[in-house]
Design a protein around this ligand. Sequence first.
Ligand code: NI
Length: 177
Amino acid sequence: MILDVIRMGDPRLWQPSFRVEKFGTPELEALLQNLRDTMVAQDGAGLAAPQIGVPVQVVIFGVENNPRYPDAEPVPYTELVNPVLTPLSDAMDEDWEGCLSVPGLRGVVPRYAHLRYEGYDPRGQPIRRDVAGFHARVVQHECDHLHGILFPMRMRDFSRFGYTDILFPEAARAPSE
Ligand code: NI
């Protein structure tokens, strides 16, 4: 089911989410179906459960030929439960981010360049990956939602924050957000 994405200002987005205790349940499957449907409908690169009003530690992400991120390197579609992130170095990258909860805006956000993420798939199988670049950025963005953090709260330079169509007027296709 395609659901409305909660937008910045709603206090539900500031709250930390609960760990999932039971895997493979109909409730978890339904949540993932709703996350998938909603992310695809909005051309999102990722979506976290609290963005559709469910305060549990579940995120999905994946990018392949996404019109909102035409230059992004591909990220495999992933469903990640109870994630834990560990930076693999102190190196930080800066790049533009957007968020379905912050529609129409983009900003430059510093993120760890290399990190390990660990967690579970919806059936309880462990996931562990070492990633870099855009993949690492997307994971950090989505997992921040589980701690009540939106990308503007990570920004350091608000001169690089603005409306997508003003920042990128040359974009061939207007973002869907
Ligand atoms: Ni987001």
